[in-house]
Write a protein that binds this ligand. Structure first.
Ligand code: FMN
Length: 190
């Protein structure tokens, strides 16, 4: 297969795979490192390389679930509190084999959106590498991540912008729900 064929197959087969689909099978540290390594090749304006990651595994997963549950409790009124939602944090984190907190280091050298865009490119590299290694993954962005700085021990100019859940799975590839690209492209030729 040509590079184009391999790349477009991986791109098209990548799907968000959610914790309920994960099986109990450890992702070797070497595989996690292979996924992280490709993040480092994302494009980056002024070479700020703003992507930062916190790898959470083993006992760290339960602690993350607990931290999210506690944040949820703190941030909703007693009237809005739902026990089911509270329990879901611990449930989802325990279904994952590894969760990588996606963090962004703000350099002040370029607009914040450019740092965010570079981190997003890095995450897409990770998602495609995970797909190529048959590891399921998805980017989770609950509003509570804005308050995870304490748990993650983030610095002043660091922000958490998501949790990258990972786990092996047995899902068969399926067609994603997308409207045609032609509807999203304008051409200017004269
Ligand atoms: C920045 C970002 C944040 C996301 N946050 C969530 C989330 O909080 N919860 C969720 O279920 N999916 C989240 N997703 C995954 C989308 O639901 C998923 O990409 C979409 O359903 C399309 O499916 P696909 O990734 O399989 O193509 C997020 C995706 C991105 C890019």
């Amino acid at each position: 297969m040509s590079n184009y064929e391999i790349l477009s197959q991986v791109i098209k087969e990548r799907r968000s795979i959610f914790p309920a689909s994960y099986i109990k099978k450890e992702i070797p540290v070497e595989v996690i490192k292979q996924i992280l390594e490709t993040a480092n090749y994302a494009p980056t304006h002024k070479l700020t390389q703003p992507w930062r990651f916190t790898v959470i595994r083993k006992g760290g997963l339960a602690r993350l679930g607990e931290a999210l549950g506690n944040l949820y409790k703190q941030h909703v009124s007693p009237q809005q509190f739902l026990q089911k939602k509270f329990d879901s944090f611990g449930e989802k984190t325990s279904q994952a084999d590894c969760i990588i907190a996606i963090n962004m280091q703000l350099s002040g050298k370029i607009p914040e959106w450019e740092e965010l865009a570079a981190v997003s490119c890095a995450v897409q590299n990770m998602a495609l590498t995970a797909e190529s290694l048959k590891v399921g993954a998805y980017w989770s962005s609950p509003p509570l991540i804005d308050n995870l700085g304490g748990f993650l021990n983030l610095g002043e100019s660091e922000r958490c912008i998501g949790l990258f859940y990972m786990g092996y799975h047995n899902e068969k590839p399926w067609q994603p729900n997308r409207t045609p690209i032609e509807e999203k492209v304008k051409w200017i030729e004269e």
